[in-house]
Design a protein around this ligand. Structure first.
Ligand code: RBF
Length: 163
């Protein structure tokens, strides 16, 4: 579904409240005007679900291409139950966009399945800066909110399967 038809900050169900989890957030510094707003949205949503500052660990990588490895560092250190990857890839004049988007999507999916822990694709892939601004706190909401919501949903699902 096009995100212009869906506000990324409106959820169809209530926020899952989960006790005692730690969540890593890896933020790409490329397009930081957008990614820092996505990060802040994610933190705000986690806090609405009762997650404290001490339960949120944040690291930074240069660009979205480095997000999977940044997430893997978290997963290998065994300090977090889930990782939210935050990035923004904006189409340019070269095919670079496609390579980065494909690599990040595949890298993040692989981590989900290899580590059996939620690793969330909080990456905007847009045709221009305006589309990114519209989805990082603008008229279409904030993908950071949606990424945090997804992390909580998947953690709740995992807990449900384990009990
Ligand atoms: N990283 C992003 O997160 N978003 C981008 O839109 C983005 N565009 C790039 C465009 C070019 C031409 C290059 C060279 C890099 C870009 N990167 C971008 C950075 C990329 O994810 C990675 O950090 C670097 O390619 C590593 O050298």
């Amino acid at each position: 579904m096009s995100s212009s038809l869906k506000n990324l900050s409106n959820f169809t169900s209530s926020l899952p409240l989960i006790q005692g989890v730690k969540i890593g957030i890896v933020v790409a510094e490329w397009n930081e005007q957008v990614t820092f707003a996505l990060r802040d949205g994610a933190i705000q949503t986690l806090k609405k679900a009762g997650i404290t500052d001490e339960q949120i660990l944040i690291t930074y990588v240069p660009g979205s291409f480095e997000l999977p490895l940044g997430a893997q560092f978290f997963l290998e250190s065994n300090t977090v139950d889930a990782v939210i990857c935050i990035g923004c890839v904006i189409q340019g004049e070269t095919p670079h966009f496609t390579f980065i988007c494909d690599a990040v999507a595949q890298g993040i999916m692989r981590l989900n399945l290899d580590y059996n822990r939620p690793v969330i694709f909080g990456v905007l892939t847009t045709l221009n800066l305006q589309q990114a601004l519209d989805r990082s706190g603008g008229k279409h909401g904030n993908k950071g909110d949606e990424a945090a919501f997804t992390a909580l949903k998947m953690l709740a699902l995992q807990r449900q399967q384990e009990t």
